[in-house]
Design a protein around this ligand. Structure first.
Ligand code: 5AD
Ligand code: SF4
Length: 474
């Protein structure tokens, strides 16, 4: 593309002419919130002419949306940037290269020094300003070698980015994410989130409900409400109601939106599960019986060292209350083995908690020191070999529990929301209430609807079933 065409991205984009489209490729690493953010970045760039491209090769702009949660995050980013640099050079340096997300937030200046071919570095709070950054990057790039001064925006701006985002007109998938809360004030000893995503901030109920109605109108049937600490969400009641709302009340309002038949929320902190939210699991059929509730460890000593602000007994009691409210609730969790100071006895306490609670699904990690977090500098780091062994032992137990949960679904009739085509001809795939992929032989017309499926087999990561047609739910 020529320099003249590049000016098309400057200003508001109103100067762009009809047929000219620019190709945008977004690479997303990390959590569901990054998936949501990547979608919103594509939305803010659409009005200035960027349309999604399936591959980075030859794209006009590539955004690498990064994650900083675990080990070697920055090194992974620099190695990927090395690959993208070659793709950029192959476009005669026309490609605009942007690094977004939590590594951008944490390492912004270092990225521009070590990878000067990067045009834009932006933190998670500034992506609504992308069009302006693209224009600035285009202006500062010295013509010919494709290198400009590098635009960096990692401050926390005073304006609310959600108020600035355009509504996407792209048809929605059957399932959609909706961010309601960002940041975290909990400061768990091991975690970078309070530093990369900043303090806990709730989006207004009005703006959430508006976006949810829009998503439903565009075809979404299931919404997963997102937040780093989603159950800390709180806000003023929307116009027309009064008082303060918590997440339980918000879910009740979302459940009334026509077209939405399923709701989920993630990720929760055990400390913020209040009575109304637990009650929502009892009262709302649309709230799916699956909850990701990280416990991290089953040892009170380690939980205290982690600054989790709850005990193992608190977690057990909470699970009891949730299961009393919704008996078929499937639980998922996160675990860290080898946090500084964790002994064999502490690890055994985690194994005991897992045996007792029983999880349908889980994510488990070896502790990895994150620079700048309290645990990284703590004495009594656990030997790598011990972490490896504990992780293997824990994962074997969690895998067995996941297998047993899936096996327990065989023979049941489950409501499945169909989301797309399967790998085999004539096959469609959907999600069970417990978030398992379910494959059946069925018509394309069922995609976007919920049907009752008799589960006939369980595979390692999915279920297979047959349609019980007469109980189809439109
Ligand atoms: N080391 C290992 N695992 C971590 N997690 C967060 N920080 C670290 C770390 N430093 C895990 C936690 C969290 C999940 C998203 O990632 O289990 O819940
Ligand atoms: Fe990180 Fe703890 Fe906040 Fe979760 S609650 S984002 S683990 S600091």
């Amino acid at each position: 593309m020529t320099g003249t065409e590049r000016t098309g991205t400057e200003g508001t984009g109103t100067e762009r002419t009809g047929t000219e489209r620019k190709r945008l490729h977004v690479i997303t690493w990390g959590c569901q919130m990054n998936v949501y953010d990547s979608g919103r970045m594509a939305d803010v760039l659409a009005p200035i002419g960027y349309a999604p491209a399936a591959v980075p090769d030859g794209a006009d702009m590539v955004i690498l949306n990064t994650c900083h949660i675990r080990d070697k995050a920055a090194e992974k980013v620099f190695s990927e940037l090395g690959r993208l640099r070659r793709l950029k050079e192959a476009t005669g340096n026309r490609m605009i290269l942007a690094v977004a997300g939590c590594v951008a937030q944490a390492k912004g200046a270092e990225i521009l020094v070590r990878a000067p071919y990067v045009d834009i570095v932006l933190g998670p709070q500034t992506y609504h300003r992308l069009p302006e950054m693209v224009a600035r990057a285009a202006r500062t790039r010295s013509r010919g070698n494709g290198r400009g001064a590098g635009v960096i925006e990692t401050d926390f701006p005073p304006e609310d980015k959600f108020d600035q985002l355009p509504q996407s007109d792209a048809p929605q998938g059957v399932t959609a994410f909706l961010t309601v809360q960002e940041g975290c004030d909990k400061f768990c000893s091991f975690c970078v989130v309070p530093y990369t995503r900043g303090a806990e901030q709730s989006r207004s109920a009005d703006s959430i409900l508006r976006e949810a109605c829009h998503l439903a109108a565009q075809g979404a049937r299931e919404i997963t409400v997102l937040g780093q600490n989603v159950n800390a969400w709180h806000g003023e009641a929307p116009a027309g109601s009064s008082g303060a709302w918590g997440l339980g009340r918000l879910l009740r309002a979302l459940a009334e939106i026509p077209g939405l038949c399923r709701l989920r929320y993630t990720t929760s902190h055990p400390r913020d599960m209040d009575d109304d939210l637990i009650g929502a699991h009892r009262d709302l059929p649309a709230l799916m019986p699956y909850l990701h509730l990280p416990v991290q460890s089953g040892s009170d000593r380690v939980l205290a060292a982690m600054n989790r602000k709850h005990s193992a007994a608190d977690y057990r009691r909470l699970v009891e209350r949730l299961r009393a409210a919704r008996p078929d609730l499937a639980l998922s969790s996160d675990f860290i083995v080898g946090h500084p100071g964790e002994t064999e006895a502490d690890f055994e306490a985690t194994m005991a908690l897992v045996r007792e609670v029983r999880f349908a699904q889980a994510y488990s990690f070896k502790y990895s020191p994150r620079p700048g977090t309290p645990a990284a500098g703590a004495a009594m780091q656990v030997a790598e070999a011990d972490k490896d062994r504990r992780l293997r032992t824990l994962q074997a137990l969690l895998r067995d529990q996941q297998g047993e949960f899936a096996a327990g679904c065989v023979g049941l009739d489950l409501a499945v929301l169909f989301t797309g085509f399967g790998r085999h001809p004539g096959q469609i795939v959907g999600r069970s209430p417990f978030l398992q992929p379910v494959h059946v032989m069925g018509q394309a017309g069922l995609i976007g609807t919920e049907s009752i499926v008799r589960i006939v087999a369980d595979m390692p990561n999915s279920l297979a079933g047959t349609l019980v047609e007469e109980r189809r739910i439109a």
